[in-house]
Design a protein around this ligand. Structure first.
Ligand SMILES: NC(=O)c1ccc[n+]([C@@H]2O[C@H](COP(=O)([O-])OP(=O)(O)OC[C@H]3O[C@@H](n4cnc5c(N)ncnc54)[C@H](OP(=O)(O)O)[C@@H]3O)[C@@H](O)[C@H]2O)c1
Length: 386
């Protein structure tokens, strides 16, 4: 069966994205074949689409770390227990083909798609995983190696291990699922960790950094929906303040203030928690500004993958720093977060913070993301499968 995809080649050392028609047989082995209705564009996709080191190793490649669609075939496959995986994320790449059970490139020839046939992480046998799904089921696929070195959601058909999919919650439309996408899931996972640290809606405000971005915008929306007071940090408080308030921010903070505070051992302890999507000195400033027993979650690196910070917030205020890795979140956490995003955490302004493109609109979104000028979330629609 043919399908269409935005596929990236590296030609003369430069990335080139093309829309192509490919054959289903070119897809890697996998338990679920899925007709994709929607995907979304994340920062990691932008890095993959532009051949940036640390994300995708093999080209040509179909990016897209998110997909929602309908299962069209379930294939039982013999399964070999796999060792714990390495992580693959922007800025870090320690994957080892043996660990994630890749087919050989020779097996994956066909239209030349790189392939990963097995889930990372040493999952249980194929039987129980495949038995969770039947043709016709609507599923969300995110995380693991999806869209990284396995053909992703910028193709209208995918084939993945069953462990990479979770059922689309009943209360969530496919479009809304991709309005969240990995960015929204990461925002939800961050809030889950904040809750686990004992921070409650009645606590002091929660700071969000990189507020105009995908993770930041949804984080503001879910925190607001969950009843928290939200302070939104942005590089453009004048220009973006009104928009950020409209999606749930109670106060808008200039990112420069955090950068300034990063030089201090301790700043005014005004936040009970922080969801940091930026990294670098912005994360240092957020840590300095946490109240006693505050918690910061770190998921992003758009502002730098390294940071210098004083130990004072840790030893004088008992502050904690929690890393967020959405790609390898447990199945229990994935189900919990998606269920809450579909219910009590769903932002009222979810539609307002996102826009839609077809495959021919991906290039422009990638440029905006890499320039730090993208706003909110962009959903990719595969019209033919809707
Ligand atoms: N760990 C995980 O599992 C996980 C999952 C998803 C995403 N991420 C990471 O999280 C980060 C954010 O992702 P995203 O999809 O939200 O990206 P995005 O849409 O590009 O948003 C990033 C935002 O950060 C701010 N920003 C950009 N460049 C900056 C700079 N140089 N200094 C300070 N602020 C800057 C901007 O907001 P303002 O204009 O408001 O300042 C921008 O909108 C990325 O690094 C991404 O890879 C990690």
């Amino acid at each position: 069966m043919p399908f269409t995809a935005y596929r990236v080649y590296i030609e003369d050392g430069k990335p080139v994205g093309r829309i192509e028609t490919l054959d289903e047989n070119s897809l890697p082995d996998g338990e679920l074949t899925i007709a994709v209705t929607h995907s979304s564009v994340n920062y990691k996709d932008a890095l993959s689409a532009r051949g940036r080191p640390g994300v995708t190793r093999r080209y040509p490649h179909i990016p897209g770390i998110d997909a929602v669609g309908r299962v069209i075939a379930v294939n039982e496959q013999p399964h070999h227990e796999q060792p714990a995986s390495h992580k693959t994320d922007d800025g870090r790449q320690a994957d080892d083909q043996a660990a994630v059970g890749h087919r050989s490139t020779a097996q994956a020839t066909g239209a030349g798609l790189a392939s990963t046939a097995r889930p990372a992480g040493g999952h249980a046998s194929a039987g129980p995983a495949t038995h969770r799904f039947s043709p016709g089921d609507r599923v969300i696929v995110t995380g693991f190696d999806f869209g990284v070195n396995t053909p992703g959601g910028f193709g209208s058909m995918i084939r993945v291990p069953a462990d990479w999919a979770i059922p689309l919650p009943e209360r969530l439309s496919p479009l809304d699922a991709m309005r969240f996408g990995t960015a929204g899931f990461t925002a939800g996972l961050s809030l889950l960790e904040i809750e686990r640290s004992g921070v409650e809606p009645g606590s002091r405000p929660v700071l969000v950094t990189g507020s105009c971005g995908g993770v930041g915008s949804v984080a503001i929306g879910v925190l607001h929906a969950a009843g928290f007071t939200v302070h939104a940090a942005t590089r453009s408080p004048e220009e973006s303040g009104e928009r950020l308030r409209s999606i749930g921010a109670d106060e808008v903070v200039a990112t420069d203030v955090l950068v300034g505070d990063s030089e201090k051992a301790l700043a005014k302890g005004q936040w009970a928690a922080a969801i940091d999507t930026v990294g670098g000195s912005v994360l240092s400033g957020a840590l300095a500004g946490l109240q006693r027993a505050g918690v910061a979650t770190a998921c992003g690196l758009v502002g730098g993958s390294r940071f210098n910070a004083s130990v004072m917030p840790f030893i004088l205020r008992g502050v904690r720093l929690v890393g967020i890795d959405s790609a390898y979140a447990s199945r229990a956490d994935r189900s919990e977060v998606w269920s809450r995003l579909a219910g009590p955490w769903r932002p009222e302004a979810l539609a307002a913070m996102s826009s839609e493109v077809e495959l021919d609109g991906i290039n422009a979104v990638v440029d905006l993301l890499l320039d730090g000028k993208h706003r909110g979330r962009t959903v990719v629609t595969h019209g033919g499968n809707s």
